[in-house]
Design a protein around this ligand. Structure first.
Ligand SMILES: [Mn+2]
Length: 357
């Protein structure tokens, strides 16, 4: 599994004329090595791969990262790095410029003073945008856990129940279904609070006539899922039906447009133009979606801002348009989809027609 990832990284070393890269960011470290401990550095050259870590993690690292030589930290990480750089004859070294602190960078540079240090910000993140089979399987499972947990809490959605209690139930059930945790803080926003796109669950009780937005995800073996559903407590008004219908149609159009070759910006425009056409453009104030993986928000962006990446098979993105009317409420519907050779496969399977509870 990690061999393929290392091969893709090594092709980038050639392209950038680097002898090796130093990887310190935890998610990049786990992606490239398999090692999930909280401390460690990877040094990867064309033909060598080392994982420097401390006493606590030697055994775990050896088991989780078979493609790496596990090197015990000496007096400091810098000393171990300096020795390897010297042994391997590294003269051009890439590092994560968006992650190392100024102090780390200075200390490492002093320890390996003979190297030319070059930032590789975004390099591993670029590789991570295309998920491999192992990752796809984990994300499919993470999404299935969220779907199942949501189905389990539907009977609990009724007037008088607190948003916070529903969030707790969702999280508990996701864990019972195998999640190691949540992908992000669970959003349950009811009634007027549903106009808050990121309304974290509060002590507000659900009331008859509330739209209730649930936005949540499971973390499963290091991978996130992300889904949003909005349901009705009691009979909807005409206006609630109208807004729900517009968001649902926009979301379905977005899902239908997911395919290789479209940019994130173009995909965003599919949802945005429909909502604008219906007169609610100014109430859809966020991007249509984002990539998902080890992080809940990662590349590619599905947005007017920065959505220049062309979608390719193996990318996993969300499609989550919404309409938010201040003082009234809001609706958002979100699926997480894998871009395939011919279109897209939704990982989210919970029904999207308006649920009246
Ligand atoms: Mn999302």
């Amino acid at each position: 599994m990690t061999q393929m990832r290392l091969e893709r990284l090594r092709a980038e070393l050639d392209a950038r004329e680097l002898d090796a890269v130093l990887i310190a960011k935890p998610e990049n470290r786990a992606y490239l090595s398999g090692f999930t401990g909280s401390a460690g550095l990877l040094l990867i050259s064309r033909d060598r791969a080392a994982l420097i870590t401390d006493f606590r993690y030697i055994e775990q690292a050896t088991a989780q990262a078979p493609a790496f030589d596990v090197v015990k930290m000496e007096s400091t990480n810098q000393a171990a790095l300096a020795r390897l750089v010297d042994e391997w004859g590294v003269s051009r070294l890439g590092f994560e410029g968006d992650f190392l602190t100024v102090d780390d960078h200075r200390n490492y540079q002093q320890a390996a003073a003979g190297c030319q240090w070059t930032s590789i910000t975004g390099l591993v993140e670029g590789l991570r945008m295309i998920k491999d089979e192992t990752e796809i399987e984990l994300m499919r499972k993470a999404a299935a856990i969220a779907d199942d947990a949501f189905a389990q809490i539907l009977p609990l959605i009724k007037p008088g129940v607190l948003e916070r209690d529903l969030a707790t139930e969702l999280e508990y059930r996701m864990k019972k279904l195998g999640a190691e945790g949540v992908a992000f803080e669970t959003i349950v926003a009811s009634g007027v609070r549903s106009s808050l796109p990121h309304g974290v669950a509060s002590d507000k009780p659900l009331e008859q006539g509330d739209l209730v937005t649930f936005d949540f995800g499971a973390l499963y073996q290091g991978y996130c899922s992300d889904m949003t559903r909005t349901v009705m407590v009691g009979e909807p008004t005409d206006k609630q039906r109208e807004i729900y219908g517009i968001v649902l149609e926009a979301q379905k159009r977005g899902v239908a447009a997911c395919r290789p070759g479209i940019t994130g910006k173009e995909l965003d425009a599919v949802c945005r133009s429909y909502i604008a056409e219906k007169g609610y453009g100014e109430y859809f104030g966020h991007g249509t979606g984002h990539g998902v993986g080890r992080f809940i928000h990662e590349g590619p962006r599905v947005s007017q801002r920065g959505g220049d990446v062309v979608l390719q098979p193996g990318m996993v993105v969300t499609v989550e348009p919404g309409i938010y009317l201040p003082g009234w409420g809001g609706v958002r519907i979100e699926d997480m989809l894998l871009i395939t050779e011919s279109g897209a496969e939704s990982f989210t399977h919970s029904p999207k027609e308006l649920l009246i509870l």
